[in-house]
Write a protein that binds this ligand. Structure first.
Ligand SMILES: [Mg+2]
Length: 361
């Protein structure tokens, strides 16, 4: 049998732009266009603690993440300093991740505002770029947040690419463009190469990724050990690490966002049926049954409400899921105009009905 050629990998890295600051601006649109700093209280220059995130306008004053907040204050006393509101960012992050998950079963969240998806199934970088545009648009319209996307043949290239064109950018690095993309960058552009390693590399006369790629691998190995080999491989664009959701999938969700707020219950009900059919078919694909059904409603003005209920026994049955979802929806919905709503299934178990069928054979 002829050996199957390895199919080309297409990996996408999606990174929210100045995430905490963007969420604050969304909550309070009067902050738009202003220098916003989220972090510890600067106490008029005597505060301790650091900047968590700052808006692009604040960056123009030289303010950066992880900078001591009193230093940031001295750069720009007129900046708007806000405390960190983690529950709000976590909730927004969860909604964003639900959107991204819809585009691939290979999904890996790496921090509150970044994720990888494997979109090799598209078969082309152009199609992947089309999907990236759709993801960017959906996150912006439903969460009011911009993000930047990098697409490459591996995770590291994708991550480096997403940082190239911020904010709201997209950078596609096709396999044939990897060498050229890397050659132009300094060594610290490789994720994981920090200040210390950069200085040590400099002592070996290595400043750029091109220098690193041309360096003798044995020399790197004796100076840096395993890390030397890793760096050499990355400098050549070799990176086979997989996109894996390390925590395992804990829920299957789908949401619907309306271009205009909806208060017609018949529309909401028919969309509830559609949402149930969507999550149910994905549940079946995985051979799971579920115990918990969560309904989340976002009312006009970004007011979020959610309610979860569990069944006595796990089910893989569409009708049982819909019945429970409707019950939860009725209990939760208070008649206000709805901007978006969604349902998710969790509490997975392997579907017993499928096991019985298998045992019959
Ligand atoms: Mg980010």
């Amino acid at each position: 049998m002829p050996e199957k050629a390895p199919s080309k990998r297409i990996i996408m890295h999606i990174d929210m732009d100045s995430f905490f600051a963007s969420v604050e601006v969304r909550e309070n649109p009067s902050l738009k266009g202003k220098p916003v700093v989220v972090g510890a209280d600067p106490k008029e220059g005597s505060g301790r603690g650091v900047v968590s995130t700052c808006s692009y306008e604040a960056r123009e004053y030289g303010i950066r993440s992880a900078m001591p907040v009193n230093v940031a204050y001295n750069h720009c006393p007129d900046c708007i300093f806000l405390p960190v509101n983690m529950p709000l960012y976590r909730e927004t992050s969860a909604s964003i991740m639900e959107i991204i998950k819809n585009y691939s079963d290979k999904f890996q969240q790496v921090s509150i505002d970044e994720a990888y998806i494997d979109v090799s199934y598209t078969g082309s970088f152009d199609k992947a770029a089309g999907i990236a545009t759709e993801i960017k648009d959906r996150i912006l319209s439903s969460e009011g947040i911009t993000c930047s996307v990098g697409i490459g043949p591996g995770k590291v290239i994708a991550k480096m690419a997403s940082g190239m064109n911020k904010p709201a950018g997209m950078t596609v690095v096709r396999p044939g463009e990897v060498r050229d993309f890397l050659n132009h960058l300094p060594v610290e552009a490789i994720p994981g190469i920090g200040r210390k390693t950069k200085h040590r590399l400099e002592k070996h006369g290595i400043n750029t990724i091109k220098d690193l790629s041309e360096c003798d691998i044995q020399e790197l190995k004796s100076a840096f050990g395993k890390q030397g080999i890793m760096m050499h491989m990355l400098a050549h664009g070799i990176d086979d690490s997989e996109v894996i959701d390390k925590k395992g999938q804990k829920s299957i969700g789908k949401q619907k966002t309306y271009p205009q707020d909806v208060s017609d219950e018949s529309i909401l009900n028919s969309d509830l049926v559609e949402l149930c059919m969507n999550v149910h078919s994905r549940l079946k694909m995985k051979g799971y049954s579920c115990r918990t059904i969560t309904v989340k409603i976002r009312y006009a003005g970004f007011i979020d409400r959610s309610k979860a209920e569990s069944l006595l026994h796990p089910t893989g049955d569409l009708e049982a899921i819909y019945k429970k979802a409707l019950e939860v929806f009725i209990a939760l919905y208070d008649g206000r105009p709805v901007r978006s709503f969604g349902i998710s299934l969790s509490g997975f178990d392997h579907d017993k009905s499928m096991q019985t069928r298998l045992d019959d054979f």
